[in-house]
Design a protein around this ligand. Structure first.
Ligand code: HEC
Length: 125
């Protein structure tokens, strides 16, 4: 069985998966009682897990458009939204890193608006 770090568990209740003898994956709701299946001397028991939720897009309507277009192809919006409040200079360096190191396909003309959005996401320290 795969062990998940329960410290990471939060919002979305994914339910449980049971691999049947026929190889079919069944998804159960979280409140379903654990079930087991035995075949060929192997017993599989269903487990309920709760995985972290994830914001799919950045909030902020039209102003967020530029980050929604450029910054969620490779990782979640949450990953960026959960960063600490950073200065404009720090966000500029981060965006440059994404472009140069990870080859993020960002149009140079979008960079100032991206940096502005990111620097204004949270109150500056
Ligand atoms: C081409 C893929 C790609 C795109 C597009 C992309 N990133 Fe990343 N980003 C990465 C990778 C790879 C990592 C490193 C992930 C890891 O270490 O687990 C990362 C990590 C990050 C991190 C975590 C801190 C760090 O430096 O590792 C932040 C913040 C971040 N990206 C912001 C952005 C922003 C803002 C944009 C939009 C301008 C963006 N990313 C677009 C690939 C991308």
């Amino acid at each position: 069985m795969i062990a998940l770090n329960r410290n990471l568990l939060s919002r979305a209740v994914i339910g449980s998966c049971l691999a049947t003898a026929a190889g079919v994956i069944q998804i159960h709701t979280a409140d379903a009682a654990p079930s087991t299946v035995t075949a060929a001397g192997v017993t599989l028991t269903s487990e309920s897990v709760i995985l972290p939720g994830s914001s799919e897009t950045f909030p902020g309507g039209a102003a967020a458009q530029v980050v929604n277009v450029n910054c969620i192809a490779c990782h979640s919006a949450d990953m960026i939204l959960n960063q600490p409040a950073l200065s404009k200079v720090a966000w500029q360096a981060e965006v440059t890193k994404m472009i140069k190191l990870y080859k993020a396909p960002v149009n140079e003309t979008d960079v100032p608006a991206i940096v502005d959005y990111l620097a204004n996401m949270k109150p500056q320290p």
